[in-house]
Design a protein around this ligand. Structure first.
Ligand code: N01
Length: 547
């Protein structure tokens, strides 16, 4: 319960946790319906993911004309993206522009981490406590704390005794890092590792990449924004944004596939994959055929095409085989996009070490050593080892209720939500793009806008009917989690040991967390639920509140 020695300092309608893309839009949208809101952000600036992930090469893997807010047409017309895929500094500049343009900073508090959130059933309000001991009371709480915002450094012995410097991709120093003349080790070959490895290699004296699992990566084919492409996209913006709502990834403009990969002739298939490879981008590739994510035989053809591209690019045969993923179907782990990733392994100053067959045993003063005893001398170690995804940020906050519910306990066997938006037993607490939502499998900003709009409409609905409490029924929550699992089990996704499954964190329950039924199906379901009087939710009036 809140510490009584700190008197409550604020009374809000909605407390928002997080000042990234979701938190910022929540301020704007909830304010627009007359609510008193405030967002709390641990960082010293806005931007969330894009504030923290400043490693070399960090850029979005969704095209910037798509990966941007749609809520204000003038904003999307005015902003100029210099490249096809925005770099981290460019995206952060855009987010800061949005914060200024819509005067969002006045309802935001930086350098403030929320440590606990407690719902008092009698007062019908949440009390949040910050790391500075401030208490915030609010009728509603919106958790916009991110899915990939809890960086994880593996629990290797000896790290504190390492004489060099070490970094995590998700906590990169603002002043940057100069690797010139250094022997650098990068651990991890997910999206972050794949993006940074070519740039670190270009600077370091020697780069050793420690790979546990090879990942599929496709060429991004990044380049300067073509003026005609920009002009046309902007002319069609509202229609494109609407059309995106009817697609699984919330991105329009890709022709819908009509055929199974196994129904195509070999030459036809190779030509189709080659065209997609040349075009660049992951959605285009996965959209080559109807069934790449549901039919293993079809997927095998798409996977093998990329493995052959790797073999054709990487000169050393053993390295090429190590880089060619064989343990999961393409697309079932986040498909990486790169610029010169595989080519980098042809450089004389880059070597690849397989830490699947010979795991890292401990970090030494001079570098690191493997189980076999092989030792590597390093001046710097970069952990591109990922995040406690989807549930990490909420598990770090002590979320509980006066009725005795504790979120960490409720989620002990895996996260439970209804529509990814609310949790049974935790009234008036909303989650943006959390587990059970399609968020991470879509153009994230489209999902953020859809979730926040739904939340704003729900709060508005309550207010107009003199109601003040909403929570999912336990049955609706169980049915949704069951549905999320059923949909996942009808795809190839569960075949991969991914962060979608919690597989990257030792001891985390193996549960498939995102909804992979598609943004289109999900949005339709959310709209129907609202249209039917918030089916599956209990909406009540709590007597003491309006006094
Ligand atoms: O993290 P990851 P990430 N010993 O979890 C390895 C988004 N993102 O930061 O696969 C050795 O994908 C681990 O190995 P394994 C995007 O959604 C987007 O790269 O668990 N290795 C893996 O290789 C992405 O999916 C963008 O066997 C260890 C790596 O570390 C998500 O963020 C850019 C290890 C972690 O990969 C996370 O990406 C960047 C150990 N003990 C990120 N522990 C873009 O928009 C872990 N690993 C482009």
């Amino acid at each position: 319960m809140p510490d009584a020695s700190h008197p409550p300092s604020r009374q809000l309608d909605v407390a928002i946790v997080g000042g990234g893309l979701a938190g910022l839009y929540a301020i704007h949208r909830l304010r627009s319906i007359g609510l008193k809101v405030r967002a709390y952000e641990a960082g010293s600036g806005v931007g969330g993911t894009w504030f923290w992930n400043r490693y070399p090469g960090a850029r979005c893997d969704v095209e910037s004309l798509e990966y941007s807010y749609s809520f204000d047409d003038q904003l999307q017309q005015d902003w100029k993206w210099p490249e096809r895929y925005g770099t981290q500094p460019e995206i952060l500049k855009y987010i800061n522009h949005v914060a200024d343009r819509f005067d969002l900073r006045r309802d935001m508090q930086l350098n403030t981490r929320i440590k606990s959130a407690v719902f008092d059933g009698t007062a019908n309000e949440w009390t949040l406590v910050t790391d500075g001991g401030e208490q915030i009371r609010a009728r509603y709480c919106v958790m916009a704390a991110g899915n990939l915002s809890t960086p994880r450094v593996p629990d290797f012995k000896g790290l504190s005794g390492f004489k060099g410097k070490w970094y995590h991709s998700g906590l990169w120093p603002h002043e940057g890092v100069d690797f010139s003349g250094l022997r650098v080790g990068v651990i991890g070959t997910g999206s972050s590792g794949v993006q940074m490895i070519p740039l670190v290699a270009a600077q370091a004296k020697h780069l050793t990449v420690f790979q546990r699992t090879a990942n599929f990566s496709l060429p991004a084919r990044n380049g300067p924004m073509e003026p005609e492409r920009e002009r046309q996209h902007k002319a069609e913006y509202p229609a494109r944004r609407r059309a995106a709502h009817d697609t699984p990834f919330a991105i329009a403009g890709y022709p819908k596939p009509t055929k199974s990969a196994i129904d195509a002739l070999d030459e036809e298939r190779d030509a189709a994959y080659e065209a997609k490879w040349q075009e660049g981008g992951s959605i285009s590739y996965l959209y080559a055929y109807t069934d790449l994510l549901v039919n293993k035989a079809s997927n095998d053809t798409a996977s093998e095409f990329v493995r052959n591209k790797i073999r054709a690019t990487v000169k050393d045969e053993r390295t090429a085989e190590l880089l060619a993923p064989k343990d999961h179907p393409i697309g079932t782990k986040r498909l990486c996009l790169d610029t010169n990733y595989y080519e980098t392994y042809n450089r004389p100053n880059v070597s690849l070490v397989d830490v699947r067959s010979d795991p890292i045993e401990h970090i030494t003063a001079a570098g690191l050593s493997l189980t076999s005893g092989a030792a590597f001398e390093l001046d710097a170690i970069v952990f591109a080892t990922g995040f406690d995804a989807m549930t990490g940020a909420l598990r770090e906050i002590d979320v509980r209720t006066s009725a005795g519910a504790v979120l960490r306990d409720h989620w002990e066997g895996g996260p439970l939500t209804y529509l990814g938006l609310m949790v049974a037993g935790f009234p008036n607490m909303f989650v943006v793009t959390g587990p059970g939502s399609p968020g991470v499998k879509t153009q994230m900003i489209a999902s953020i806008e859809q979730h926040v709009d739904w939340i704003a409409d729900a709060i508005d609905h309550l207010g107009k009917r003199q109601l003040d409490r909403i929570e999912p029924t336990p049955k609706a929550e169980i049915d949704w989690v069951h549905h999320v699992n059923q949909v996942a089990d009808s795809t190839l996704y569960p075949l991969a040991n991914s962060w979608y499954m919690g597989a990257n964190i030792p001891g985390k329950p193996r549960v498939f967390m995102p909804y992979v039924g598609g943004f289109d199906r999900y949005k339709k379901r959310c709209d129907e639920v609202a249209a039917h009087g918030y089916e599956g939710f209990s909406l009540t009036r709590h007597a003491t509140v309006d006094a």
